[in-house]
Design a protein around this ligand. Structure first.
Ligand code: NAD
Length: 247
């Protein structure tokens, strides 16, 4: 099995969907988990449902608020005895407002970039300060298959996720000598609360693999990328999409 002994992971966006499954999968593997979200009650309910909930913690902050992130990442880290893994799952999509391009408002553009791209940057910046030169540290950022394959009528979301993918590659090169690996997962359509409400906007009705993705498909990939089993893997932008982007 994976070597998760001593793994201490901050997971953003952990109250729902993929992030919540990350928390379950990481905790089940033996990692200590610091859950972050805007939604305190949902994080706490999830934490209390995990085996041995006292090993884990909840820290509420808005990833788009750089001052809140600076304090929040330190608090989260202290609450589980330091962090050596971060998974950035917090994100939003607003397909009804994000296209066609002529209808995308300044507010929609700015909000999606602020949460998905700036939010990922904010958390990475603070986490790298805490992880610097410790060795054996990992960051996993959630982009999307839209960062790899063209996807129409989704201006801000595609731009934000393309930014996350490029940012992750660059940060991987910067951080490799400091013992921090940085990888990026590009999920295809995964059945979560995010997509359930707007499944008509999720293009692939038929995927090569014949089903939609499940949160655990992404969580298990993230656990691998956070563990020593991927210790030679950094700067990878990895589609986990049932073959969508390959077809
Ligand atoms: P979700 O909506 O179920 O969960 C996202 C969580 O992020 C929510 O709990 C929400 O409260 C939290 N969040 C939102 N804004 C935040 C902020 N400013 N600060 C802190 N937390 C915040 O979504 P999901 O489907 O689990 O998606 C998780 C990640 O995976 C997102 O980054 C999403 O873009 C990406 N993704 C999802 C899919 C999919 O098909 N579901 C596909 C590709 C990429």
């Amino acid at each position: 099995s994976f070597q998760t002994e001593g793994m201490r992971a901050l997971i953003t966006g952990a109250a729902s969907g993929i992030g919540a499954e990350m928390a379950r999968v990481f905790a089940a593997s033996g990692a200590r988990v610091a859950l972050n979200d805007l939604d305190h009650d949902a994080c706490e309910a999830l934490r209390l449902s995990l085996p041995d909930p006292d090993r884990h913690s909840t820290t509420v902050f808005n990833v788009a608020d750089s001052a809140a992130v600076a304090t929040g990442v330190v608090q989260a880290s202290e609450s589980i005895g330091g962090i050596n893994a971060v998974v950035n799952c917090a994100g939003i999509w607003r397909p009804r407002d994000d296209g066609p391009i002529g209808r995308v408002s300044d507010d929609t553009w700015n909000l999606i970039i602020a949460v998905n791209l700036t939010g990922t940057f904010n958390v990475c910046r603070e986490a790298v300060k805490l992880m610097d030169k410790k060795g054996g540290c990992s960051i996993v950022n959630l982009a999307s298959v839209v960062a790899i394959a063209g996807w129409d009528k989704l201006s801000a979301y595609t731009a934000s996720k393309g930014g996350v993918a490029s940012f992750s590659r660059g940060l991987a090169v910067e951080c490799a000598p400091r013992g921090i690996r940085v990888n990026c997962i590009c999920p295809g359509v995964i059945e979560t609360p995010m997509t359930a409400a707007t499944l008509e906007y999720s293009k692939p009705q038929v995927l090569p693999i014949g089903r939609l993705g499940r949160p655990e498909d992404i969580a298990r990939t993230a656990l691998f990328l956070s563990s020593d089993w991927s210790s030679f893997t950094t700067g990878v932008v990895l589609a986990v999409d049932g073959g969508f982007s390959a077809a």
